[in-house]
Design a protein around this ligand. Sequence first.
Ligand SMILES: Nc1ncnc2c1ncn2[C@@H]1O[C@H](COP(=O)(O)OP(=O)(O)OP(=O)(O)O)[C@@H](O)[C@H]1O
Ligand SMILES: [Mg+2]
Length: 445
Amino acid sequence: MNQILIVEDESVIRRAVKRLLERNDYVVVEAGSVEEARQLPLKNFDLIISDVRLPGAPGTEIIDIATPTPVLIMTSYASIRSAVDAMKLGAIDYIAKPFDHDELLMVVERVIKQDRQLRQQEVLKSEVEKSYPVRGMIGECSAMVDVFRRIDKVAPTDATVLILGESGTGKELVARALHERSHRSQSPFVVFNCAALPEHQVEAELFGQQDERQNGRSGLLAKAQGGTLFMDQVGELSMAAQARLLRVLQGDEYAPRQEGDQNSSDIRIIAATHQDVRKLVQQQSFRSDLYFRLRVVEMALPPLRERGNDIKALAKYLLNKSSKQLNRPALSMSRSALEAIRRYHWPGNVRELANTIERAVILCEGESITPELLAIDHHITSGQHKLENINDNLSLEEYFRHFVLDNQDHMTETELAKKLGISRKALWERRQRFGIPREKKGRKN
Ligand SMILES: Nc1ncnc2c1ncn2[C@@H]1O[C@H](COP(=O)(O)OP(=O)(O)OP(=O)(O)O)[C@@H](O)[C@H]1O
Ligand SMILES: [Mg+2]
């Protein structure tokens, strides 16, 4: 049997809800405030139903305290904004007062089921995590599954791969995975960072300085023999450096090559850039022949903000990782922090998320990460959509109109206003605005 905690200071409502739920086979416990609720083993409940306006702390405070128990927020029609806020803080849903019995039962049944499914998915997820296709690379959204599939397919070949994606999306991780899953895995993986490399140093970097060669030391190509050369930030190369690189890749008519020099014949090339190379090609700041030479296979990593639930999985994974690295006892992520993470747009992608979480772990003095510790700006995010959705779904005007028309014959204006949780003056104003003035012949107040 499901156990539900009701946090509500008005005993009449609390009792009524309790009776209703008990009649429907729920086990119900009551509390009159957040303080009272705190004394109870909150994690043992299947659901907490809480009013927002309570004596002392607002009901929304329970959301974090009770994690992972889901919290359904009750709010009056008048304070629908607080429902929006509650959802942002991680409430599983809200219900506007006054509600009828069937409505409440339906919502309760639905959110308990929804929460159970979510938890099952999480268990599954943590099992799956151990077997993610690329070790340490979290991703289950379709774009990432696609990436993993491509890695599997392309890794064993010697095909040149061009990895695209915004900064911090995991391009280097993919490059290393390609290497580790190839027959070259026992040979070196050498990184050639093309950023800010003066063109005249491309040759020196790849082939070594003249005197080094004579001393038997040489450049990156020699180091990468039999292995993989990862050309990172390839979009930053100057035109002249690109020309030299292309000659190297084509492996012929390369002047400085002398007998005994290693050539690039047994090196697998993987390149990456966060730049929009196609645009660079159009603008003629990237050679199209080099582009075609590199993009035998192209892989695009999606920005973090487009990875759906991966964001939450990543947040939890990175929190675990940081806690371990910093020798902190296992910290948890509050629901509101997860919500903030989900809504932020992450311009720096996974790297930014990892840094943000690491900083929060360092600053955290309690047991769970709060949104304040994350200090991410969520104004520029999709939070707005949520607000719009809530308003759309609810259609406040519809709701108001129905409620008033259905009840005005057996309720006074004072009763109506009270039920709606608004003042009589506000009720009067809305009646005017929505064109449903009180009819004179109606019951006297
Ligand atoms: N899917 C993922 N799962 C777990 N960790 C990830 C994932 N993607 C990236 N990371 C981590 O995020 C950080 C940034 O990744 P990486 O260095 O591969 O990004 P990048 O695309 O090469 O960025 P840049 O364009 O700035 O070079 C690394 O610490 C990496 O381990
Ligand atoms: Mg990188």
